[in-house]
Design a protein around this ligand. Structure first.
Ligand SMILES: [Zn+2]
Length: 41
């Protein structure tokens, strides 16, 4: 599965979900699926 670079900052590193609406800012992403305050990579 191709990873769109635009999604990498919106992808939860804990569960792997991509949630385009989860990212409030690049400095504060929180997964709405698992609630993990994942750090964008
Ligand atoms: Zn998650």
């Amino acid at each position: 599965m191709k990873v769109d670079p635009r999604f990498t900052s919106q992808r939860c590193s804990a569960c792997g979900i991509v949630d385009r609406e989860a990212r409030e800012s690049q400095a504060a992403f929180q997964c709405r699926s698992c609630g993990s305050p994942a750090t964008p990579t």
